[in-house]
Design a protein around this ligand. Structure first.
Ligand code: ASP
Length: 407
């Protein structure tokens, strides 16, 4: 009997085939966009369809299986501290390297730039208010992940409280969560086709010529993505998660390829959950930490915002001061929380970062043409950061439990 290829191998082959086919079609991208992309869209639509109920029930199942609001608080607290620290570190790396290499950045003309960002209205208070839903169903209709998380936490807490410490099996929630997971598993079997159909049109449309003058900025951003992933995540998973970095990145490969092809953290969430659990993260932790991370933890996006701020400032002939850089660290960390895990969202939030230091928002037009290429790399970093957190928090939780058992 023939042995079936592992899903990760299939995804990797799909990635290679997509690059080859994309290059072959660069002269004729209409074929790729007209006939191949729609199948990628079908795959992404299926993921979008399952991801809202999946996040809702997965967080709820995570909360009720902890059976203790304080424990949720401890895990939630460690998760948020980890996310904030790594994100601040990411912007700092982005700013540092962009400043080191800004001499090689091209100085593009800024006259006649126009960018109409719906994002001029994006500010921190709006983001804060937007986290809380005002209607039970709207978060699902709008696929608003932050609101879904809040709703799911409320109901999860309510479920724990009505049982008032009494033993309860919360069977209904767990069963519905299992059904969502099964449906997700079925969709994930299609990932190799999804990866091929999503990536091939991107390669065909963005042949090497589009990189043009921005190649060096992209290069610096990718350098930072790699440094952040290799240095920060390797250090945290090794020191706090007790896992070898090589094993970590190897286990993450299917999710990394998926993130690179789809440029969507939310779209990669199901596969990421599978990878995290295979790497030894606890189910109750993953089901809570990863959906939260896909929504609020965006280290790659933060790096991109740091690099692009310096590049845009250069084009306008502005030298950023140290206090301005610190403001960027703060706003990019907050902006990445408000960034949705979908393609292109990070570019919209760049407006908030630029505004915070008085840089012209129209500068976004300078990088908009190659945003997808920035986005593929930043999404990989975003989801890798989420899983590193799941590994670390699971290990910390295990240590806490062992300590409790001893005393
Ligand atoms: N595409 C990114 C993600 O899904 C968000 C961004 O645009 O930065 O994680």
């Amino acid at each position: 009997m023939k042995k079936k290829l592992a899903l990760s191998t299939q995804i990797f082959i799909a990635l290679l085939l997509a690059i080859v086919a994309g290059i072959a079609l660069t002269g004729n991208p209409a074929i790729a966009t007209g006939y191949i992309k729609p199948f990628g869209t079908i795959f992404l639509n299926l993921i979008r369809w399952i991801v809202c109920p999946l996040v809702f029930f997965s967080i709820m199942a995570g909360v009720v299986s902890m059976r203790d609001i304080r424990k949720v608080g401890v895990i939630g607290g460690s998760t948020i501290v980890y996310y904030l620290c790594t994100t601040a570190c990411a912007v700092a790396i982005g700013l540092l390297f962009a400043n080191l290499f800004k001499g090689i950045f091209p100085v593009l003309s800024t006259s006649g730039l126009s960018y109409e960002p719906s994002a001029t209205s994006v500010n921190f208070m709006d983001t804060l208010v937007g986290i809380f839903p005002s209607n039970f169903f709207k978060p699902f209709v709008d696929a608003n992940m932050l609101q879904i998380i809040v709703a799911s936490l409320f109901i999860g807490f309510a479920l724990i409280l009505i049982h008032d410490g009494k033993e309860a099996d919360f069977k209904a929630v767990i069963t519905v969560n299992d059904i969502c997971m099964k449906a997700m598993e079925m969709i994930l079997k299609l990932s190799p086709i999804g990866v091929f159909c999503l990536l091939c049109p991107v390669v065909a449309e963005n042949g090497p010529a589009v990189l043009g003058s921005l190649a060096k900025v992209l290069l610096v951003a990718y350098l930072c993505y790699i440094i952040h992933a290799v240095v920060v995540y390797s250090a945290t998973v090794k020191a706090m998660g007790g896992l070898s970095p090589i094993k970590f990145f190897k286990g993450m490969l299917p999710a990394i390829i998926m993130a690179f092809s789809s440029a969507s953290s939310v779209g990669t969430l199901p596969l990421n959950m599978e990878c995290a659990q295979k790497l030894g993260a606890d189910k109750e932790v993953t089901s809570f930490v990863l959906p939260l991370g896909a929504t609020i933890n965006m280290d790659g996006t933060a790096i991109y915002q740091g690099v692009c701020s310096v590049f845009i400032a250069c084009c306008y002939g502005i030298n950023l001061t140290l206090p301005q850089m610190l403001t960027i660290v703060l706003t990019a960390t907050l902006a990445s929380i408000g960034t949705a895990g979908v393609p292109g969202a990070g570019m919209v939030m760049l407006a908030m970062v630029l505004q915070s230091v008085g840089l012209p928002v129209e500068g976004i037009a300078l990088v908009a043409g190659v945003d997808r290429i920035f986005d593929m790399g930043r999404t990989v970093v975003n989801i890798t950061g989420d899983t590193s957190c799941a590994i670390v928090v699971s290990e910390l939780q295990r240590r806490r439990n062992a300590k409790k058992a001893r005393t």
